[in-house]
Design a protein around this ligand. Structure first.
Ligand code: ADP
Length: 481
C-alpha cells in the first residue's frame, strides 16, 4: 500500500505581516519607478544639451576654421574659444577626406585621435551629419561628425566629441542617493507600517478574545467593548454586539421553553399518575376479593371505567398540545360557523338537564377556519360553563357578526373568576382555587387559546365573582384571516 505523504501544515501569514509586506513592496515599487524615471529624464536632458553644444561648435568650425585652397588642399586653424567651460570635455578633429589624413585636432587630444567609423564616412558621402558614441582609451565620447562640402563634394569631416564622464559626474551621485534613500527609507517604512498595522488591528484582537471568552463561559450577557471611532471596526463590534443581543434573547427563550417543557412533562406525569393509581388499586382489590358482593364489584368497575375515561381525555388533550408544540398547523378554509355552533349546542343539550341552555345565532357567518378545531373550541367553553355553573344556572351560546368580523360567546351564571386568576387561566395545568372541587386538568383553556391563535382570533373573558363569566372569541373578517 502506498502511503500518501502528509502535507506540512503551513501557518498563514498574519494580516499584520501581510499589510506590512504589501505596504513596503508598494513603496519599493514606487521608489524604483520614480528612480528610473528621474535617472532616464536627467540622462536624456544631459545628452540633448551636450548634443546641442557639440553640433553648434562643429558647425561654427566647419564654417569659419576651414578653408579649401584652389588646389583642393585644406587650411585648418583651430582656436579654442577663450574661457570655454567644457574645454577639458570637448575634443575637436578635422579629417581630410581626400588624403585620408587628420588635418587638425584640438590640443587636449595630445597624440590621440578620434575614431573615423564607416558610418561617419558613409554619412559624409551623403552630405549628412551623424552622432555616434565611441570609446577612446578609457573615455566614452559622443562624437558629432559633419562634412565640409566644396564644389559639391565632401572634402573634410569636422568631428566634435564630448566626454560622457561629465554626465556620469551628475548621474552617479543621483544613483547613490536613490539607493541610499531606498536602503534607509524601506526599513523605516516597514517598521512604521508594522506599528500602524498593529495599532489598527488591535481592536480585532480584543473582539476575538472577548468573543472567545463569551463562547467558553457561555455568558451571553457580555458585550464587545470598542472605544474607538465608528469606523469599520466600530461597525464590526456593533454588529457582533447586535448578534450577541439576538443570541442572548434566543438563549433565554430556549431556556424558558425548556423550563416550560420540563414543567409540562412534570405536570402531565403527575396528572396521569392519579387515574392510573385508582385503576391499579381497584383492579388489585378486584383480584384479591373475588367473592365480593356484586354491588361493590360494580362500583369498582365503574371507577375503573371512569378513570380510564378521564385518562383518555387527558391523553387526548396532551396529544393536541404536543402536536401544537411540534409545529403542526391547521389548514384554514371558508367555513360556515352556524352549523358548527348548532352541532355543538345539540351535543351539549345532553348535559343540560340541570341547567338552562340557550342558543342565539340569528344568522350564519363565515370564517376562515378548521371545522373540527372550531367545534372543539366551542365544546371546551361549553364544558367549562356546565362544570363550573351550579345546578339551576343559565348558559347562553351566541354567534353574531360584529365590526366586520364574527363574535362567538359562551356566557354562564356561574361563580365567576377572580380578577387575579384571569391572566393565568389560559396557562397549561392552571386551575383557580375555586375550581378545585370540580374535576378537570387545567388543559382545556390552553387548547382553546391555541385554537383561537391558529384562527388569528382573540379570546377575552368578562367575569364578575358570584355573577358569572362570558368567554368571547372574536374572529377577523374572513377575507382578512
Ligand atoms: P379545567 O377546567 O380542566 O380546570 P381549563 O383550562 O378549562 O381547565 O380552565 C382553567 C381554569 O379556568 C379552571 O380551572 C377554572 O378555574 C377557570 N374557569 C374556566 N372556565 C370557567 C368558568 N366558566 N367559570 C369559572 N371558572 C372557569
Amino acid at each position: 500500500m502506498t502511503q500518501v505523504p502528509r502535507m506540512p501544515r503551513v501557518r498563514p501569514l498574519s494580516i499584520r505581516l501581510r499589510l506590512t509586506l504589501l505596504f513596503t513592496a508598494v513603496l519599493a515599487g514606487t521608489l524604483l519607478v520614480f528612480g528610473i524615471a528621474l535617472h532616464t529624464l536627467l540622462a536624456r536632458t544631459l545628452i540633448a544639451n551636450g548634443d546641442r553644444l557639440t553640433s553648434g561648435r562643429a558647425q561654427v568650425i566647419a564654417r569659419e576654421s576651414i578653408r579649401v585652397e584652389a588646389d583642393g588642399s585644406l587650411i585648418v586653424s583651430l582656436r579654442p574659444p577663450p574661457r570655454d567651460p567644457g574645454r577639458s570635455f570637448i575634443f575637436i578633429q578635422v579629417f581630410d577626406l581626400r588624403t585620408r589624413q587628420i588635418a587638425g585636432r584640438s590640443a587636449n587630444l595630445d597624440e590621440e585621435s578620434l575614431p573615423i567609423t564607416p558610418r561617419m564616412l558613409a554619412a559624409a558621402q551623403r552630405g549628412e551629419s551623424v552622432f555616434e558614441t565611441v570609446r577612446v582609451n578609457d573615455l566614452r565620447l559622443r562624437v558629432f561628425s559633419i562634412p565640409v562640402i566644396a564644389t559639391g563634394t565632401p572634402v573634410a569631416l569636422v568631428q566634435v566629441g564630448r566626454s560622457l564622464a561629465f554626465d556620469a559626474q551628475l548621474l552617479d551621485p543621483l544613483r547613490w542617493l536613490l539607493l541610499a534613500l531606498a536602503a534607509v527609507g524601506l526599513p523605516v517604512a516597514a517598521g512604521l507600517g508594522w506599528l500602524l498595522a498593529g495599532r489598527a488591528l488591535a481592536p480585532i484582537r480584543v473582539i476575538t478574545e472577548t468573543a472567545g471568552e463569551i463562547g467558553r463561559a457561555r455568558d451571553f450577557s457580555r458585550r464587545v467593548a470598542h472605544g474607538g471611532p465608528p469606523d469599520e471596526l466600530g461597525h464590526l463590534a456593533g454588529a457582533i454586539n447586535v448578534m450577541l443581543d439576538d443570541l442572548e434573547r434566543a438563549h433565554r427563550d430556549l431556556e424558558q421553553a425548556l423550563a416550560a417543557q420540563r414543567r409540562f412533562v412534570a405536570s402531565a406525569s403527575h396528572e396521569l399518575r392519579t387515574p392510573l393509581t385508582t385503576i391499579r388499586l381497584n383492579a388489585e382489590m378486584l383480584q384479591a376479593r373475588e367473592t365480593d358482593p356484586g354491588s361493590e364489584r360494580a362500583t369498582m368497575l365503574a371507577d375503573i371505567a371512569g378513570e380510564a375515561d378521564r385518562l383518555n381525555r387527558l391523553v387526548n388533550n396532551l396529544l393536541v398540545l404536543a402536536r401544537a408544540d411540534a409545529g403542526w398547523r391547521p389548514h384554514l378554509y371558508p367555513t360556515a360557523l352556524r352549523p358548527i355552533v348548532e352541532d355543538a349546542f345539540r351535543q351539549a343539550q345532553v348535559l343540560a338537564d340541570e341547567h338552562a341552555l340557550d342558543l342565539a345565532a340569528p344568522q350564519d357567518v363565515n370564517v376562515a377556519g378548521d371545522p373540527d378545531l372550531l367545534k372543539q373550541l366551542i365544546l371546551i367553553l361549553l364544558d367549562n360553563a356546565f362544570k363550573y355553573t351550579p345546578t339551576g344556572g343559565r348558559i347562553t351560546l351566541s354567534l353574531a357578526a360584529s365590526n366586520g368580523g364574527v363574535a362567538l360567546s359562551v356566557a354562564d351564571s356561574g361563580p365567576g373568576i377572580a380578577p387575579e386568576d384571569i391572566p393565568r387561566i389560559f396557562d397549561r395545568f392552571y386551575r383557580a382555587d375555586l375550581a378545585r372541587q370540580v374535576d378537570g386538568s387545567g388543559l382545556g383553556l390552553s387548547i382553546a387559546k391555541w385554537i383561537v391563535e391558529q384562527h388569528n382570533a382573540r379570546i377575552d373573558v368578562a367575569s364578575t365573582l358570584g355573577r358569572g363569566s362570558t368567554f368571547t372569541v372574536r374572529f377577523p373578517p374572513a377575507e382578512r384571516a
